[in-house]
Structures are given as structure tokens and as C-alpha cells.
Design a protein around this ligand. Structure first.
Ligand code: ATP
Length: 695
């Protein structure tokens, strides 16, 4: 079925055609018709199946049919869990809706609330993150949603996982009852159903892959390897050395692991570009990394779960889960970054022996077809000595390694599922060595927990105690910053709420990734991270280099490992994961270039800025600068006009309160900071907040 088979307006069809969208995907086929009839829809479909267009098309049509104008205010509200996803959705909306006259805005925090408030009343289609939206509902007097026609909850499962359930309830209470609601999710959880009960009326359930044998794309090849904790870094290095022409994302449990291993891998020079994406980076840096990775044909991105959901990176060949995901849903979202829209992809999960049983069971219950593969340990390159040498010369890197160590343990400790995650079964001394540390840092929270266990679980906690005893001699060096983890560990999930909070903090997905309100009051830690970011400039890695085409990342790798000479060295029993290039893909480059097959050729010719595969920051900046110039002039005129009025009203000033007067001053100063841009070429206006392109 084609988009043109639906009764769509010419303007929408033209936008779709211009963006090279012609044939509908299954979720689009099943939901667009229902949504056009005005029904509430709960849509669930696998990752990468095209859910974004499934709500953008009906949203545009709804306003078109109501002959909505800018004077009618907010007509469509789309709530996305993260800034990145909101921005990505906004890009698709701009592309497909370019022939309509509605205004569209992106409200994702990171800037002054008041600046946003001044623009919000002009917007017809608003894409936002939940916390910031609620803040506007509470504090912005111009924010009216009383005529809202459609509410879209995108990635509802992720919104709820990030702890926004209460925020969502409060938002929904503030919205008119008479509206259409579309809710999309890649996974069906109980909390998504609860949210659906609250926000949808007699919904049509569209669960595209409900009867499917598997809950992940058929084109995704999924395997897992059981390996000891101390072998994981070696394993990753060996993997990368054998996939120099591939694009991979490696998921880690915590931000500090990403930071350390990113640094150390840059030094190790595996032979392909290494990038890092995590929530402690500034928004602008995150956008740069995103764009850089999108443009690369071969690269590896080290990431936390910030990159796990919704983000549409093109042509990713491999998803490696370096650390075991929290649960099967997280697994599904992570692997969903590859094998998108009919493309193929490979996923490799590294599991510790203690994690294997519980995780594999969970995956099979969720209909995830994952098979074990064995890797010959003798064929793995040992990089421990090289890492030790780096750390011996670089105190800062050593500090990072120590933080990485503690951070990983804390992430394991804070995981809910104690059958899979057991911090006491980890070989701490060996793990420390594998990171290049001479000995394991002292981990205070583990010491406290151990003490607590001695007191509380003398009777039934013998297993844990034994394990703890084994690890006792490895808890040596002091490590700050972990005392916050309280000691009420019981070996079960009794204190889930506190741990959940801690865990969220640890993976820094929630606050750092979404909500500007929290970002504006940056903690000391965050500030430190930022300064660390600055220092990273010195490392010859892609982070801050604006033109990816001019970048060469370790292409001249001449380290003495000769493991690229024979890609078949790393032979596995069932199949050859590490030698896949030599065997499976005689022309790996063309595989990368195929994506997306229909769009590629014409997009090459088209305006690069409209490329579905990424954001051309340079071009965006240029456009924004030009438009900013124009808007500033317009605004200055307005300010002049305002002055004229003020002069007339001067006599009344004397009776003003101090607050009113300071409001006036602030208002005038906005003349130089205006951030609303009219996209005059296609009549869609853009209220850009949070992504500071001017820098
Ligand atoms: N009808 C279509 N024709 C061609 N390409 C499409 C079509 N629909 C979607 N795509 C492409 O498929 C990719 C995945 O789409 P989208 O991001 O909407 O998936 P999703 O279901 O939201 O995934 P996730 O659950 O991971 O967020 C995008 O690159 C998009 O451009």
C-alpha cells in the first residue's frame, strides 16, 4: 500500500513524496486509516518499523481538515521522552509538513523558560519533553491547550521507564477531555497499558507484531557470548579490530565506563573512529557526536542507554551490548538501533557466566531469538599491559579508570533483578586489572553492604557472605563519591525505589538527557564532566571536529598487533563472529551505502539538510544565523515600537512595582537573544529551544 492510497491532502502527499516516502510500513498501514477516522489508537510495533510517520501524517491531516491557522493556537501536542528523539521527530515533521502553513515548535528545555514562554502561544504543533511541558503548563500564563485536537505519546514505554508517570498524569489532567490521542510504543508493558487506560478513549489496539514469532526484526541476527568480566575489554578490542569497515554501537551500563573506555580506546587506536555519547555531555556536543556518527561509514560509538531508544542512526551494522541490559525491553530497544526499516543487522550480547541463565530466560520469554556462540579465548588480543602503561603515565586516566570501576559495580548493585545481577559474584581484582589498574579501588558501599550482611543475614546469607569474603582483600583503595549508596541492601529488591533512583542517576539518562530545568542548575559533578569534556579536545578524536569528512581516525594504526592480517584468527565454534567481514561481506562498503535503499540516491541530490539520516549542523547553523539576523532586525523594530509606547506611558512607571519594572528590562534585553525562526521557504516556523546552534 502507498501513502497515496489514503485520503491525504495534496500538501501532505507532496511532503511525503519529496522526502521519498511512498510505500507505507505495516504500522503505518494499520494506524493511519484509523487515526484519520478520528479514533484513539494504541500502536505497538517493533523498533525501526516507522512509528513516527504513523502519527505525523494523521496529525498534519487533522489540522489541515480543521483549516487550522496560527491564530487557532496549539492543535497538536507530541510528547517524546528525550531531547534527541524530540528533535528527530521535529525534523521529520518539518520535512513532511513543509508544504503546510502551520507553525511547529520544539520545546525541550535547556534554555530560559521565559524565553520559551514568549513563543509558545504561536505554535500549532508542539513537540516537547514531558518535564518541560509540565513546567510551562504550571508557569507560563500564555500556554493554552484548551483547543488541543490531538495528543501523541511517542515511545510511551520509555517515557514511563524514565519515571515520568506522575508528570504524564498531571499533563493529561491539564488537557481537554475532547481530543484524539495516539500512543506509540515499541514494547507493551503493564505501565504502558495503565497510561493508555488513563489517556485513551475506546482505543483501537494496533499491535502489528503481536502474533509474530519474534519480537525483534526478522533481519536482525542475534547472538550472545559468555565471557568473564576481566575478558570483556579484550573482547571488545578484538571485535573492533576485526570490524574496521563496520559501523557499531557499543552499549555500556554507565556514563563513567563510556568516558574511560572511550579515552583508552582512542589511545589504543583500534583502527576506526571512536565516538562517545552519554548524558553528561552538553546538548550541543551530543548533537555533534550524533551527526558525526550518522555521517561515518565505519565507526564505533560507545554509548549509554541514552542512545538506546528511538534514535534513528542509519546503517548501523552491529549493536554490541558490552554490559548486560537491565531487562529484555532494554535489550530490544538497544538492538533496535540496527536492522531498521528492512535493513539487516547483527547484535552481540556479552554475558557474564552469572548473568547467562537469568537473561537468556528473560529473552526467550520475550520472544527474542538469541543463540550462544563460543569464542576461542586464545584468539583474543590481550591489551591489559598497554592499558597499564597508559595509566602509569597518566594520573587523570587512572582516575577515570577508578571511577569506571566503581561506577560499573554500582550499576550492577542497583539493578533490580538480583537473579541476573549479583555484585558479590564479580571478580573484582581481575576486573580492575583488566581496566589497566594495578589493584581494585576500595568501594565503600560494598564494604558497608558486607558489614550489613554480616549483621542482618548471618543465618540465610551465607552465600553472599562467602562471596564477599572472597572479594574482601580486593577492596583497598579509597574511592570517593559512593558513600551516597546506602547500606540497606538485603540481597533482594526490598529497597527498589531508592535503588531505582540511584540507578537512574548512575546511567544519567533521566535528568541529564531530558529536562532543562535540572540541567540549568548543574551540579559540581556535571560541571566537572564539562571541564573533562573540554580537556578531551586534546585527544585526537572526533568529538569536537566539525567537519567529519576531514577527519582521519587512527587510519594509520601501526600497532604491533597483527590481528588484522588474518581475520579468521578468531574462530568461533558455531560461527565466525570476529571474522565476519572476510567471510560474509565481500563488499562491506556497499552494505553501508545502501541505507536507506529508496531514499539514498535522490537524497544525495536533494538538500542535504533534509537527509533522513542526520542533521547537517553546519547548514542548520548557517540557516539559523541568517534567519536570526532577519528576526533580530524585525525584533528591534518591535522593541523600538515598544519604546515609543513606553515613552508615552512613562508617567505611569512611577506607580509600577519593582518586579514589573524588571520584567520590562528583561523583555527589552531579549532583542539580542531572539530564538524564533521563520522558515520562510516553506512557511513552517520553528521555535528552537535547547539546541544552541549559535555557538
Ligand atoms: N514508509 C516509509 N518508507 C521509507 N522509509 C521509512 C518509511 N517509514 C519509516 N521509514 C524509515 O524507517 C526508519 C525508522 O523509522 P522510525 O524512526 O519512525 O521507526 P520507529 O518505529 O519509531 O523506531 P523506534 O521504535 O526504534 O523508535 C527511519 O529512518 C525512517 O525514515
Amino acid at each position: 500500500q502507498r501513502f497515496s492510497d489514503f485520503p491525504l491532502s495534496k500538501k501532505t502527499l507532496k511532503g511525503l513524496q519529496e522526502a521519498q516516502y511512498r510505500l507505507v510500513t505495516e504500522i503505518q498501514r494499520q494506524t493511519i486509516g484509523l487515526a484519520l477516522q478520528g479514533k484513539d489508537v494504541l500502536g505497538a510495533a517493533k523498533t525501526g518499523s516507522g512509528k513516527t510517520l504513523a502519527f505525523i501524517v494523521p496529525a498534519l491531516e487533522l489540522l489541515y481538515r480543521h483549516q487550522w491557522t496560527s491564530a487557532d493556537g496549539l492543535g497538536v501536542l507530541v510528547i517524546s521522552p528525550t531531547r534527541e528523539l524530540a528533535y528527530q521527530t521535529f525534523k521529520v515533521l518539518r520535512k513532511v509538513g513543509r508544504n503546510h502553513e502551520f507553525s511547529a515548535g520544539l520545546i525541550i528545555g535547556g534554555k530560559d523558560l521565559k524565553e520559551e514562554s514568549e513563543r509558545i502561544h504561536n505554535i500549532n504543533m508542539l513537540i516537547c519533553t514531558p518535564g518541560r511541558l509540565l513546567q510551562h503548563m504550571d508557569e507560563t500564563s500564555y500556554f493554552y491547550a484548551s483547543d488541543l485536537q490531538m495528543l501523541v505519546l511517542d515511545e510511551a514505554d520509555r517515557i514511563l521507564d524514565m519515571g515520568f508517570a506522575d508528570t504524564m498524569n498531571a499533563i493529561i489532567e491539564n488537557l481537554p477531555k475532547k481530543r484524539q490521542t495516539l500512543l506509540f510504543s515499541a514494547t507493551q508493558t503493564k505501565s504502558v497499558k495503565d497510561l493508555a487506560r488513563l489517556s485513551l478513549k475506546d482505543p483501537e489496539y494496533v499491535w502489528v507484531h503481536e502474533k509474530a514469532k519474534f519480537s525483534t526484526p526478522a533481519t536482525l541476527d542475534q547472538n550472545y557470548v559468555v565471557c568473564e568480566l576481566q575478558q570483556k575489554v579484550n573482547m571488545l578490542y578484538s571485535f573492533l579490530r576485526n570490524h574496521l569497515k563496520k559501523k557499531s554501537i557499543v552499549f555500556f551500563a554507565s556514563c563513567k565506563e563510556v568516558q574511560y573506555l572511550f579515552r583508552v580506546f582512542c589511545k589504543l587506536q583500534p583502527g576506526l573512529p571512536v565516538l562517545a555519547l552519554h548524558g553528561k555531555q552538553h546538548q550541543m556536543k551530543r548533537m555533534e557526536v550524533y551527526t558525526c556518527f550518522v555521517r561515518k561509514k565505519a565507526a564505533v560509538l560507545f554509548a549509554t542507554d541514552i542512545a538506546a531508544r528511538g534514535l534513528d542512526f542509519p546503517a548501523v551494522n552491529w549493536v554490541i551490548q558490552f554490559d548486560c541490559p537491565e531487562d529484555a525491553n532494554t535489550y530490544i530497544h538497544r538492538v533496535g538501533r540496527t536492522a531498521r526499516y528492512k535493513e539487516g543487522g547483527e547484535a552481540l550480547l556479552l554475558l557474564l557466566p552469572s548473568e547467562e541463565k537469568g537473561m537468556v530466560e528473560q529473552l526467550s520469554q520475550r520472544k527474542v531469538p538469541v543463540s550462544e556462540i563460543k569464542i576461542n579465548p586464545e584468539k583474543i588480543t590481550d591489551i591489559q599491559k598497554r592499558m597499564q602503561a597508559f595509566l602509569a603515565q597518566d594520573q587523570e586516566l587512572k582516575d577515570k579508570a577508578q571511577r569506571c570501576f566503581v561506577s560499573y559495580l554500582r550499576s550492577v548493585y542497583l539493578m533490580k533483578n538480583k537473579e541476573v545481577f549479583d555484585v558479590f559474584r564479580l571478580p573484582l581484582a581481575e576486573y580492575a586489572l583488566s581496566l589497566g589498574l594495578a589493584m581494585a579501588p576500595r568501594v565503600r558501599f560494598l564494604q558497608k553492604v558486607r558489614k550489613q550482611l554480616c549483621v542482618n543475614e548471618a543465618a540465610d546469607g551465607t552465600d553472599h557472605l562467602k562471596q564477599t569474603e572472597q572479594n574482601k582483600n580486593t577492596l583497598l583503595i579509597n574511592e570517593e563519591g559512593v558513600e551516597k549508596c546506602e547500606t540497606n541492601f538485603s540481597g533482594k529488591a526490598s529497597d527498589n525505589k531508592t535503588k531505582e533512583k540511584e540507578r537512574r542517576k548512575e546511567t544519567e539518562e533521566c535528568s541529564a538527557s531530558s529536562e532543562g530545568a535540572e540541567e540549568s542548575s548543574a551540579s559540581e559533578d556535571e560541571l566537572k564532566e564539562v571541564s573533562e569534556e573540554e580537556e578531551e579536545k586534546e585527544v585526537p578524536v572526533p568529538g569536537r571536529v566539525p567537519n567529519p569528512d576531514s577527519m582521519q581516525f587512527f587510519e594509520d594504526d601501526d600497532d604491533d598487533d597483527d590481528d588484522t592480517e588474518d581475520l579468521d584468527l578468531l574462530t568461533v565454534k558455531r560461527r565466525n563472529v570476529f571474522g565476519v567481514e572476510a567471510k560474509d561481506n565481500p563488499a562491506p562498503v556497499s552494505l553501508v551505502q545502501q541505507w536507506p535503499p529508496v531514499q539514498k540516491s535522490s537524497l544525495m541530490k536533494a538538500d542535504e539538510e533534509n537527509d533522513a539520516s542526520g542533521i547537517n549542523l553546519d547548514k542548520v547553523k548557517e540557516i539559523l544565523r541568517e534567519e536570526d539576523k532577519f528576526d533580530k532586525e524585525e525584533y528591534r523594530k518591535k522593541v523600538k515600537e515598544k519604546h515609543r509606547v513606553i515613552c508615552k506611558l512613562l508617567p505611569y512607571y512611577l506607580s509600577w512595582t519593582k518586579a514589573e519594572f524588571s520584567d520590562l528590562v528583561t523583555y527589552q534585553s531579549y532583542g539580542t537573544q531572539l530564538d524564533v525562526f521563520e522558515f520562510r521557504d516553506h512557511s513552517v516556523s520553528h521555535c528552537e529551544n535547547g539546541l544552541d546552534f549559535s555557538g
